[in-house]
Structure formats: structure tokens, C-alpha cells
Design a protein around this ligand. Structure first.
Ligand SMILES: [Zn+2]
Length: 276
């Protein structure tokens, strides 16, 4: 048990570092490699295409990083409970959390009581619950968009710079094994091999985030949590899907869809769930 907790704590420290590194690398590749090569300026300043792509990329990244920060800044913990309450009699004592009552959990990693806990996100190092679920979902959507957008520009760069053709749908299946072989034979440079690896990283993160986001929205609409699903105790919600969604996304949800701003009232989650 202690070893498993140690592994989880280690993951809780490594995952945010991985997120920051991947973000910095993606940023550098866009502005120092992809845009200058795909859209060369020919000494006449920046072309309008370069400016357009820069704005799209910066907007996607601003939303991804902004919602990441909001997820951390608005934690799902209960501000009123400093002392750990007694566990519910049917607490399964999961690896990372004690089940309490009324939709509250005690997260062993955060060491806090969490309201309507969904899951512990290792990339943010925080628990996700009703109060930060909206930011977390937007973070997933924009991370997915940033990764898939980077994937498209990465493919364009490899086509322009190294004349790799992506016309065949099988290219993505053979690209990694072939590049690995060529790299160890010394036929391709370290940078080229690294770029191929990044394509798969972006594809993997992009698809995972999109799939995860769809599942989260479905759970939110049904008034259920990942925690309930994992323990096989999905509760049927009495409220309509519209009420469940507005409970999580707040009244100004449309604004939050385009900008990483606070759309859930500060005391919203606490007031609603204190009386459960
Ligand atoms: Zn936690």
C-alpha cells in the first residue's frame, strides 16, 4: 500500500513537469521551426499567413494554460472541513481516496476533503470536483485542439523540410518504426527523429483529451462522477441534464467557452452540496 502511494505521489510530481516541458517544446517548435519554414517571409516582414497561424496557436494555448491555471486556482476542496470526518461504513478505501458521505471524499494525495469528487488529475496535481470541473473540461478541449493543430503543422513541416509524403494513410503506421531504424543507422538526424516522436505525442494527447472530455461532459450531464463509475455505483440524478450542466458550467458558460475566465460563482458548489 505504501509503495503504491509513493508511486502516486511521484506521478503527482512528474506529470505537471511533463506538461510544462511539452508546452515549452511545442511553443518553441511552432515559432522557431514550423512557422518560419512553412511560411518563409523572404525578408518582407511577417506574412499575413504567419500572423494568422500565430494568433490561432496563441489563442488555443492561452485557453489551455488559462483553464489549467483556473483548475488549480479553484480547487474542489471543501473550505469548511479542516478535520477529516469519519469514513462511511461502506468505504472501499480506494488507493487514492476515502469515501465519506454526501458526495464528499477525502483525497489521500491532496490531503483534503473534496466536494463531489470526480477524480484526482495528476497533470494539475489537484482533485477535480464540481467547482473546477468546468475549467478542467475546457482545459481538455483546448489541449486537444492545440495538440491536433500542432500535429497538422508538424506534418506540414516534415513534408516541406524532409519531403516526407503523408498521402498514404499507412504512413502513420510505418513512420515511427522506420524513423527509429533510420535514426539508429545514422540515416536521419536527431531533430528529425525527435519531430516524428512529437507527432505521436500530439496525436496521443489530442485524441486522449478529446475522448476523456466527451466522457466527462456525458457524466456531468447525467449528474454522475468518474468516482461513482469506478466504484460501480453510478447514482441516478433527479435533475434534468440542463440543470446538471448549468450546475457545473455556471450561468456565464458561453463566455467561459471562449476565454479562461471565472464563470462559476465562488460559493456555488459549497452552498449546493452542504445541504445534501
Ligand atoms: Zn486529490
Amino acid at each position: 500500500m505504501h509503495i503504491r502511494m509513493l508511486k502516486l505521489r511521484l506521478l503527482n510530481a512528474i506529470a505537471p513537469a511533463y506538461f510544462y516541458s511539452a508546452t515549452a517544446i511545442t511553443f518553441a517548435l511552432h515559432f522557431y521551426l514550423f512557422l518560419p519554414t512553412i511560411f518563409p517571409s523572404h525578408g518582407r516582414g511577417f506574412s499575413s499567413t504567419t500572423v494568422l497561424h500565430s494568433i490561432i496557436f496563441l489563442y488555443l494555448m492561452l485557453n489551455a494554460l488559462g483553464n489549467y491555471t483556473m483548475t488549480i486556482r479553484h480547487p474542489a476542496e471543501s473550505p469548511n472541513e479542516k478535520i477529516v470526518p469519519v469514513c462511511s461504513p461502506d468505504c472501499p478505501d480506494r488507493v487514492d481516496a476515502h469515501y465519506l458521505l454526501n458526495g464528499r471524499h477525502f483525497c489521500k494525495l491532496c490531503k483534503k476533503v473534496i466536494l463531489r469528487r470526480d477524480h484526482h488529475c495528476f497533470f494539475t496535481g489537484n482533485c477535480i470536483g464540481n467547482r473546477n470541473m468546468r475549467y478542467f473540461i475546457m482545459f481538455c478541449i483546448y489541449t486537444s485542439c492545440t495538440c491536433l493543430y500542432s500535429l497538422v503543422l508538424g506534418v506540414a513541416y516534415l513534408t516541406v523540410e524532409y519531403s516526407i509524403s503523408f498521402e498514404s494513410p499507412l504512413t502513420f503506421l510505418t513512420l515511427l518504426p522506420l524513423s527509429t531504424g533510420y535514426f539508429f543507422l545514422g540515416a536521419i538526424s536527431g531533430l528529425q527523429f525527435f519531430l516524428v516522436l512529437m507527432l505521436y505525442v500530439w496525436l496521443g494527447i489530442g485524441l486522449t483529451c478529446a475522448g476523456f472530455c466527451c466522457q466527462q461532459v456525458l457524466l456531468v450531464a447525467r449528474g454522475q462522477t468518474w468516482c461513482q463509475m469506478r466504484s460501480g455505483r453510478l447514482a441516478e440524478s433527479d435533475s434534468s441534464w440542463r440543470a446538471n450542466l448549468s450546475d457545473v458550467f455556471g450561468s456565464r458558460w458561453a463566455l467561459g467557452f471562449f476565454l479562461p475566465v471565472q464563470t462559476v460563482e465562488a460559493s456555488h458548489g459549497d452552498a449546493a452540496h452542504e445541504h445534501e
